[in-house]
Design a protein around this ligand. Structure first.
Ligand SMILES: Cc1ncc(COP(=O)(O)O)c(C=O)c1O
Length: 439
């Protein structure tokens, strides 16, 4: 059986003996020490030893263009972040139970990037913990249990987050109070999606479950990337209205779209003109340091905070906060959001030009430095996950790293660190054109 069933672009351990001897030994050692739950990317896994900017280097000194990693969002090993971490680690690294101003200064700056109404933030170590906390807060605040999600959502690995993550596959059951709706269709104006959410809530109520929250990645990343299906920026407004009319909270999962990735705004939901009740962030927040959090309307945290003590040993520790503050500095001083807008547009234009020359790519979508290219079998017109994976591996062989996404893995997922520049797009395009020729 393919052990990659629940992960697009996973290395199949059954092929381990085809690897070169050194890599084979590492992969076997890894399987024996870490067990089978850990997956590697690519048919020929990459042995990365160093990173800098938008490049990764393997053990043989080969350089790879990183067009995939959104955690080192301001660039691998950015000197400003490295220095901030080193300086803070040499000064103090402690938790949130002392009256340090470091965390307050950061919280103030971070909340300054949110729209009015979002006025408080709680810190965690991972996006999953942040999702977990947001669900607890939503259930406490509303008195409801029910959660509405999209059909191939991914929200994390804790028990509560995994229960709302259908993309983990059939072996991970959804929670009893979890209802799914299809991800927005490519040409939806938002109304169909909102109607589907309304129907899901009605069905939930018929089963005696009250709504607590709707949660969605503002870019629908694991659903195949749906930045703004039919164009109008207010696409998410009708669903937010439906959720609130039903007494639920709108949770924006900004783990992937946040921190300027979309180019148009700091947060993915801002592109739609909505203000969520809770926003969950993580991944790029500390450029690789374990920091994540939940930003909220203060009135929603009020009673929860009075009745429920919250302490997270490592969440919001001094070193992670210093890293996160440096990340904000770099995004602002290097104009990375603006860069995402500019280079992201160039990336989409380039992909569209490539798509014109092949019947295999049926659509290109994207927003800022987050792009998808859908592979379709020209004979059947059906999504072609195999072709997408062959291209992902073809690019890896040409030392350009991307991946694939969507329910059938048929969409290329291109999501580089934000300092990605036009020459990097050109290098990606050259490798992609070459890889397509071999299909
Ligand atoms: C949309 C989304 N939400 C939540 C998470 C969970 O974050 P973490 O892996 O930091 O726990 C992820 C991780 O991939 C994600 O993509």
């Amino acid at each position: 059986m393919r052990d990659t069933a629940t992960m697009v672009n996973g290395f199949d351990i059954a092929s381990v003996n085809a690897l070169d001897p050194e890599l084979r030994q590492i992969v076997k050692r890894r399987a024996s020490l870490l067990g089978p739950a850990y997956k590697l990317f690519y048919a020929n896994p990459v042995r990365i030893v160093r990173g800098e900017g938008v490049h990764l280097y393997d053990a043989d000194g080969q350089v790879y263009l990183d067009a995939y990693n959104n955690v080192p969002s301001v660039g691998h090993c950015h000197p400003r972040v490295v220095q901030a971490i080193a300086r803070q680690a040499a000064t103090l690294n402690t938790h949130t139970r002392y009256a340090s101003e470091l965390i307050l200064d950061y919280a103030e700056r971070l909340l300054g990037t949110y729209p009015d109404g979002i006025g408080q933030v709680m810190f965690t170590c991972t996006g999953s913990e942040a999702v977990d906390l947001a669900l607890r807060v939503a259930r406490f605040h509303t008195g409801g249990e029910g959660i509405v999600i999209t059909a191939n959502a991914y929200h994390g690995v804790t028990t509560a987050a995994a229960e709302i993550s259908p993309s983990l596959g059939p072996a991970v059951p959804l929670g009893r109070s979890v209802w799914t709706v299809p991800a927005p269709a490519v040409h939806d104006t938002g109304q169909t999606f909102a109607d589907q959410v309304r129907a899901a809530i009605a069905d939930m109520n018929r089963h005696g479950v009250r709504l607590a929250a709707f949660i969605a990645d503002s870019l629908f990343s694991s659903d195949g990337i749906r930045p703004d299906p039919a164009g109008p920026a207010s696409f998410l407004q009708p669903v937010a209205d439906v959720v609130r009319q039903a007494g639920g909270l709108y949770i924006a999962d900004e783990v992937q779209p946040g921190f300027g990735r979309t180019g148009e705004a700091m947060w993915g939901f801002q592109r739609h003109g909505i203000v969520p009740d809770l926003a969950v962030m993580g991944k790029p927040m500390g450029n690789g340091m374990p920091i994540a959090g939940v930003a909220a309307r203060p009135e929603i945290l009020e009673e929860f905070g009075h009745k429920i003590r919250y302490f997270n040993t490592f969440g919001g520790n001094s070193v992670c906060i210093a890293a996160a503050a440096a990340v904000l500095d770099v995004i602002q001083t290097e104009g990375l959001r603006e860069n995402a807008l500019d280079v992201g547009g160039y990336l989409r234009d380039t992909l569209e030009a490539i798509a014109m020359d092949t019947p295999r790519i049926s659509a290109v979508r994207g927003c800022g430095l987050y792009a998808a290219a859908d592979f379709t079998d020209p004979g059947t017109g059906q999504p072609d996950g195999d072709a997408a994976i062959r291209v992902v591996n073809g690019l890896r062989d040409r030392r350009v790293l991307i991946s694939a996404t969507g329910p059938d893995g048929s969409s290329l997922k291109i999501r580089p660190p934000l300092p990605f520049a036009r020459p990097h797009v050109d290098r990606l395009a050259e490798a992609l054109t070459d890889a397509l020729r071999t299909l």
